[in-house]
Design a protein around this ligand. Structure first.
Ligand code: NAD
Ligand code: MG
Length: 396
């Protein structure tokens, strides 16, 4: 009897990004195991062209029509179909020939395609945490309905997943007392609030441990990333806000921990390289090579842990507030953060203004119950409008 694993089709949504590139790096090591069926990006057609020539997918999607036209011309005669527009993202997320979907679009723009993959009953490798923060209960309902499998790619959630016994997404594992979510602390861990006021986007994006896209890099610098991850952890593992504790661990070697009622604490460790959780999610429950070197604990020396400082990093407190409020509040938090981060990256808001814009929006927008996707989208729209008006009032 053959024990060979059949080749599995994979769609990578957001293939030109940091997670997309790391996914292709792992996939390239296992041509006998994975076949790339679709690659998607927003507008970087030259990068997508290189990826298409290397991986020969059946479909390539660019949201921007003008960029799609350039790619179509460059790929003429290859047999690769080039699609355009956001609707094409939903189409390739649901292709039956791709049972694996890597959801690695950044921000709220990833919600539709993540949901489409879930509804199609896929094994969804979830990097796009914003979709879960915005519409968590709805996404989990769809997972239960369709039989999809959500495998967390975010390194902390992948670590927690590895430390828990097998359960269905959103359900509580027996005997868990709490989860310790580790945070590197970002590039400004040792800066005072005054020193943070005039940092530049490039400084904020120079993360000491991880190379990531610019939006998540800024989120890591404000600690909003940890706040979004706290909400993500609650949803994925059926935990209360009080059961998730954030611990700053600057070395980023321990990716998170689970404490059980008997006092046992299980942790997942590894070098800080996203190929580890990506390879884990791609092959689960098997294990495959990721290309990441062995962890040398002796060379690392000591590992440090400390409490987060909510005064210097108010975004984490704002996320806790939204998590406790529930309903539309996490979607509002996420939308206001996206607008504020975009303004910071565009030079229209200073770094410490990010938290002020988000707080202003949370103060002004009433929390409503979320029963359907339209409720989420409406809350998102309203929060973006409020954030834009707050931007005009916040000089930083
Ligand atoms: P990135 O900015 O490097 O890449 C984003 C990808 O999304 C690109 O392929 C881009 O073309 C695509 N995209 C952007 N806007 C789009 C739109 N409007 N429509 C369609 N596609 C669009 O981002 P990243 O760092 O790879 O992060 C991707 C996601 O993974 C984020 O949700 C992030 O929070 C999460 N994540 C990233 C890391 C990391 O190490 N980079 C770690 C954990 C979680
Ligand atoms: Mg993370």
């Amino acid at each position: 009897m053959s024990t060979a694993t059949p080749v599995q089709g994979l769609a990578i949504l957001g293939s030109t990004g940091s997670i997309g590139g790391s996914t292709l790096d792992v996939v390239a090591r296992h041509p006998d195991r994975f076949r790339v069926v679709a690659l998607t990006a927003h507008d970087k057609w030259q990068r997508l062209l290189e990826q298409c020539l290397a991986f020969r997918p059946d479909y390539a999607v660019l949201v921007e029509p003008a960029a799609a036209a350039r790619l179509r011309e460059a790929l003429a005669g290859t047999g690769i179909r080039v699609l355009e527009g956001s609707a094409a993202l939903l189409e390739v997320a649901a292709l039956p020939e791709a049972p694996l979907v890597m959801a690695a679009i950044v921000g709220a723009a990833g919600l539709g395609s993540t949901l489409a993959a879930v509804r199609a009953g896929k094994r969804v490798l979830l990097a796009n945490k914003e979709s879960l923060v915005m519409a968590g209960p709805l996404v989990l309902d769809e997972v239960a309905r369709s039989g999809a499998l959500l495998l967390p790619v975010d390194s902390e959630h992948n670590a927690i997943f590895q430390c828990l016994p097998p359960t269905v997404s959103g359900q509580v594992a027996p005997g868990v007392r709490r989860v310790l979510l580790t945070a590197s602390g970002g590039p400004f861990l040792r800066r005072s609030a005054a020193q943070m006021a005039d940092v530049t986007p490039d400084e904020a994006c120079a993360h000491p441990r991880w190379v990531m896209g610019r939006k998540i890099s800024v989120d890591s610098a404000t600690l909003m990333n940890k706040g979004l991850e706290l909400i993500e952890a609650q949803l994925l593992f059926g935990l209360t806000t009080g059961q998730v504790e954030v611990v700053v661990h600057p070395e980023s070697i321990v990716h998170s921990l689970v404490e059980y009622v008997d006092g046992s604490v299980l942790a997942q460790l590894g070098n800080p390289d996203m190929r580890v959780p990506i390879a884990h999610a791609l092959a689960w429950p098997s294990r495959i090579e990721s290309g990441v070197e062995s962890l040398d604990l002796v060379r690392r020396g000591s590992l440090g842990f400390e409490a987060p400082d909510l005064e210097r990093f108010p975004c984490l407190g704002l996320a806790l507030r939204a998590a406790a409020a529930g309903g539309s509040a996490p979607a509002v938090l996420n939308a206001a953060n996206e607008v504020a981060v975009d303004a910071f990256l565009g030079g229209r808001l200073n770094f410490t203004g990010i938290a002020r814009v988000i707080e202003d929006v949370l103060d002004r927008q009433p929390v409503v119950a979320v029963r359907a996707l339209d409720d989420v989208l409406e809350a998102d729209r309203e929060a973006r409008a409020l954030a834009r008006s707050a931007l005009r009032g916040v000089t930083g």
